[in-house]
Every structure is written in structure tokens, then in C-alpha cells.
Design a protein around this ligand. Structure first.
Ligand code: HGY
Ligand code: MN
Ligand code: MN
Length: 396
């Protein structure tokens, strides 16, 4: 898709494959600059809110606006579509609407939310959570990246004043309806054989940090019977994650990140950090999976003479998108399917505060959060047309 081609050299991750573009890092700052230039080239006035989210206004800013957009940051080694497709499609939809001779009858903005993936500071949807007051400013500012750089320092280096972060009632009041277009992360549309759909719900999901502490020692000089090896207990936790998720209908649980400390080949770690991502249809099932994992972690640690701590880092209950808005937008599109998703989105955060909907664009393999993530040009074009139709119906 044209706009995406502009981004293909930004944040390329030669080691992991795909792209690594994280909150306020050089790649993401380059993406922000690209978005600002593209928006200004369209005569949209761009401003950055106190939480690092970018807003490009078509006409004067105002309350009750029709807002569309997504995020530009990625997971480590992520694909090209997750996030940027929604931003590029929003700009393209403005072009299509202008081509139709349409001018919004109410305030209209394209938004780019900050740090949606939590790829740097660990909390998903950080920009939209801050805006909505779904995370305490002090807790957010204390978040740090793997190099120990805090969110406050990263925002400051990007020219923002971290002291201003926090719930932004004026920004919320400006959102009359928010529609996020996103590549589908799953095979719903491809199995149905249609290019575009609307979202019905998002799984409940959270992230937990698990730290197993044992005794650091020499890999060669320490007899097996004398070890308190946190890596062995952590391995048991990873297996318990799989077991616990399989035991609950529809649940998903993942350990995608495990960091031994100090991390030497010939060193028994003194501690191991791993992060759990757990999701299920509702709060009770998600909590049940996590409780099962916590119990398994306790016994695995005890068995190995280690201790374990488990800290919740972010959590969001199930999101059900406004069915009236969902069905009315599906109607505008001639009746497209409504699909649940296991992936979180800024729209999932905003849905608790303002009328919110999502459009999905077909993903032929369903793969996401990986370089293989893909959407056909024709389906991306169908997504832009659908977004333009929906925005026109809302902004008339
Ligand atoms: O993790 C998620 O589901 C989203 O991509 N942040
Ligand atoms: Mn994602
Ligand atoms: Mn996304």
C-alpha cells in the first residue's frame, strides 16, 4: 500500500527481522515526523497532546469530533501493518473524502497514539491509557525500558514535559466517535472470504512480570545437588503457562520474553525475569489461568530452593464495542461481518469513554506481531474506501 512504502526503511530490525519501532526511540520519532509532514501536506493542523499522542485536525479542533487513526510503534521485530495501516488508511481516507468533494460537517481528526505495543516501557496502549486516566501518571513516569531509561526521560528527550501527563478530559471531550482501522490479527476475514469487517469485542488481557530468584554460581564448579537454579524453576513456569491456558476454554497465555540475570553461558543465573501475557473471554477465566500459573510458579520455585514474585503490570477487562455503532457502521458498508479479536487496541481503551468502533482488513495468513504479517493491496484499498464511507457517514 502506497503510504506504507514510505515507512519501509524506518526502524528495520536486521537482527530480528521485521521492524522495531518503540515509544520515543529514533525510529518512532522518525515515524512521528513522517506523519506530521504528511498531515501538514494535507493542510491538517498537527498538535501533540500532553500524553504524547499526535492529533491532526481537518478544520478547527472542537468537541464531538469524528476521530480515526491508530499507532505507529511496533512490537520488537514486528510486521509492517499492525498500527501503520490504520494511520496510513486514515490519511488516505481524507484524500478520498476530499476527492468526493466532501468537507466534514463537524470537527475531524486523525490521531496517532503513543506506545500502543508497550514494546519499550512494558505497558500496552500507554498513550491512550494516560489520556483516558487508565494508568496513574506517577506509575507511568516510573516505567523504564531495558536500558533503565524512564518514560519521563524519554518524553523529555522528545521535547515533551512529563509533568503534564495524565487524564485529559478536554481531549476526551473532543472525541465524538473514534474509529480505528487495523489489519486483522487472525483469520476471521480470510475464512469468511471478505476483505473488511467490524470488531465486536476484545479479549480480557493482562501482563505480569514473574521474577524467580535463586543462587548465582559457577556453571562448572557447582555440583547439580548444590544448585538453586532459577532458570530451572522458570522453565517449569513456562510449561505451566501452556498447561494452564489449555485448561480454560478459549484462553491464551504466552511467555515471549525471558531474561536471565546476569545471562552468561557459564553462569548459573541469580535470577530470571519472565513476562506472562494472558488473555481469555472474560475476567474470571483470565484470572483463573493466572492463578493456576501463580500456584505452579510457587511450587516450582520451592522445589528448586528459589523464591518467586509475580507483579501485574497491566490489565484490561473484556471490551464489547457499542453494538449500535458497530451495526450501523456495518450497515454503511453493506453488511460486513462483526468479529471478535484477541488483540488489544487503543480503541479498546477508548471504548470505555467514547463511542468507539474498529474496522478490520483481511490478513491472508492471520499472522501478526511477526515479519510475515501481510495484507493485499486490494484489501488495503477496500479498507480505505470502507473507512472513508464510514467517516463520511459520521462526519456529515
Ligand atoms: O498485545 C496486543 O494485543 C496489542 O497488539 N498491543
Ligand atoms: Mn500489536
Ligand atoms: Mn495494533
Amino acid at each position: 500500500m502506497t503510504g506504507l512504502a514510505d515507512l519501509e526503511d524506518i526502524g528495520v530490525d536486521a537482527r530480528r527481522g521485521g521492524f522495531s519501532r518503540h515509544g520515543y526511540d529514533l525510529a518512532e520519532l522518525e515515524l512521528r515526523a513522517w506523519f506530521t509532514a504528511e498531515a501538514q501536506a494535507r493542510g491538517l493542523a498537527v498538535e501533540c497532546d500532553r500524553n504524547g499522542n499526535l492529533w491532526a485536525w481537518w478544520g478547527a479542533p472542537g468537541d464531538g469530533a469524528v476521530v480515526t487513526g491508530s499507532h505507529l510503534d511496533s512490537v520488537p521485530g514486528g510486521g509492517a501493518f499492525d498500527g501503520p495501516l490504520g494511520v496510513v488508511s486514515a490519511l488516505a481516507a481524507v484524500d478520498v473524502l476530499r476527492g468526493r468533494g466532501f468537507t466534514p460537517g463537524k470537527p475531524f481528526a486523525v490521531v496517532v497514539f503513543a506506545e500502543e505495543e508497550g514494546g519499550r516501557f512494558g505497558v500496552a496502549c500507554l498513550g491512550s491509557r494516560l489520556l483516558a486516566g487508565a494508568i496513574e501518571p506517577a506509575a507511568a513516569l516510573r516505567l523504564s525500558d531495558p536500558d533503565g531509561v524512564t518514560l519521563a526521560e524519554a518524553m523529555r528527550s522528545a521535547g515533551l514535559d512529563p509533568a503534564r501527563v495524565g487524564r485529559d478530559p478536554e481531549a476526551l471531550k473532543r472525541i465524538g466517535t473514534f474509529v480505528e482501522l487495523h489489519v486483522e490479527q487472525g483469520r476471521g476475514l480470510v475464512d469468511l472470504g471478505v476483505p473488511v469487517g467490524v470488531a465486536s469485542s476484545i479479549l480480557a488481557h493482562g501482563r505480569w512480570r514473574v521474577t524467580v530468584s535463586g543462587e548465582g554460581n559457577h556453571a562448572g564448579a557447582t555440583l547439580m545437588v548444590d544448585r538453586r537454579d532459577p532458570m530451572v524453576a522458570a522453565a517449569q513456569v513456562v510449561l505451566a503457562v501452556r498447561r494452564s491456558a489449555l485448561a480454560v476454554e478459549g484462553a491464551r497465555a504466552t511467555v515471549g520474553r525471558l531474561v536471565p540475570n546476569p545471562g552468561g553461558t557459564n553462569v548459573i543465573p541469580s535470577s530470571v525475569d519472565l513476562w506472562l501475557d494472558a488473555r481469555a473471554d472474560d475476567d474470571a477465566r483470565t484470572r483463573a489461568v493466572v492463578a493456576e500459573i501463580a500456584a505452579a510458579a510457587e511450587s516450582a520455585a520451592a522445589e528448586e530452593g528459589c523464591v518467586v514474585t509475580m507483579t501485574e503490570e497491566s490489565y484490561g477487562d473484556t471490551v464489547v464495542f457499542d453494538p449500535v455503532l458497530r451495526d450501523s457502521l456495518a450497515g454503511v458498508l453493506g453488511g460486513v461481518p462483526a468479529l471478535p479479536t484477541g488483540a488489544g487496541h487503543d480503541a479498546g481503551i477508548l471504548a470505555a469513554h467514547v463511542p468507539t468502533a474498529m474496522l478490520f482488513v483481511r490478513n491472508p495468513t492471520g499472522i501478526s506481531h511477526a515479519p510475515a504479517e501481510f495484507a493485499e493491496d486490494a484489501d488495503c484499498a477496500a479498507g480505505v474506501t470502507a473507512l472513508a464511507d464510514v467517516l463520511e457517514s459520521l462526519a456529515r
